[in-house]
Design a protein around this ligand. Structure first.
Ligand code: B12
Length: 212
């Protein structure tokens, strides 16, 4: 894969250049590059660097927001182009970012990748209360609930989700997979989630393993 285009992709996010990011995404597709690899090795490198700069006080919220606008625009182009790899799997998933959390770029990639792997995905969006996630899973007779959290403060919603599923007597009806930057396998074990996924690809693998 062309290193130059991946570096340009990362830089366009750091610069918060929406149009440029979209152009680079289209150029990468025109060159026949794998859209998921372009996201992970190019654009995501840029957004992670922007996050580090924000963490170190070198970027402020407006810069983080323009970086995230560019990231969303580029991933929208690339997500649509991820080639479908398999036929319908008969697996229904409810996906959401937890309450209090508006980070949805990673969740968007998960939704796209699950769909191209033949899963039927209902994307509830971001900032979704646990009760609404459980209601949707029951109403749609889902197999899997996947939740995302990017903040230390919102991660606890994942525990709340599992506790609430138990108190409503529906814990055994659904498999759960959790992800997001602060989430770990240890946390998944602690709250009784069925699986932890490091990234979208790992998420697909874990769901297929859980569903046999
Ligand atoms: C972009 C961004 C924003 C954007 C979000 C825009 C959007 N629509 O998503 C904006 C600018 C709005 C934003 C706001 C804030 N942010 Co912010 N943000 C980020 C940043 C830079 C990148 C996140 C991202 O998109 N990463 C790229 C994607 C592809 O990766 P990902 O989300 O991790 O997802 C992958 C995997 O984790 C996994 N995955 C994720 N979820 C799931 C779910 C399932 C089911 C599965 C299978 C897999 C999976 O698969 C994904 C794809 O491979 C991170 C830094 C970072 N390194 O994470 C900070 C970061 C998360 N933000 C942070 C903070 C503090 C905030 C604010 C509180 C800032 C403020 N002072 O207002 C607000 C909070 C707003 C809120 N209530 O949610 C901190 C969080 C610190 C913490 N641990 O608590 C971080 C870590 C930055 C930092 N280093 O300080 N942010």
């Amino acid at each position: 894969m062309s290193n130059e285009i991946l570096e340009q992709a990362a830089q366009s996010i750091l610069d918060g250049q929406v149009d440029q990011a979209v152009e680079i995404a289209k150029k990468a597709l025109a060159e026949g590059l794998n859209p998921l690899e372009v996201i992970e090795k190019g654009f995501a490198v840029g957004i992670n660097k922007a996050g580090d700069l924000f963490d170190r006080g070198k970027y402020f919220l407006p810069e983080l927001m323009t970086a995230s606008d560019a990231m969303k625009a580029a991933t929208a182009v690339l997500n649509d182009a991820i080639p479908a790899e398999s036929k319908s799997q008969n697996i229904k998933c409810i996906i959401a970012t937890v309450e209090g959390d508006i980070h949805d770029i990673g969740k968007g990639i998960v939704v796209s990748l699950f769909r191209v792997h033949g899963m039927d995905v209902i994307d509830l969006g971001n900032d979704i209360p646990t009760s609404k996630i459980i209601d949707a899973a029951i109403e749609n007779n889902a197999d899997v609930i996947g939740v995302s959290a990017l903040l230390n403060t919102t991660m606890k919603q994942m525990k709340k989700l599992h506790d609430e599923m138990s108190s409503r007597g529906v814990r055994d009806q659904f498999k759960t997979v959790i992800g997001g930057a602060p989430v770990t396998q240890r946390y998944a074990d602690k709250i009784g989630a069925n699986a932890y996924a490091e990234n979208a690809n790992d998420g697909v693998k874990k769901v297929f393993e859980m569903m046999g």
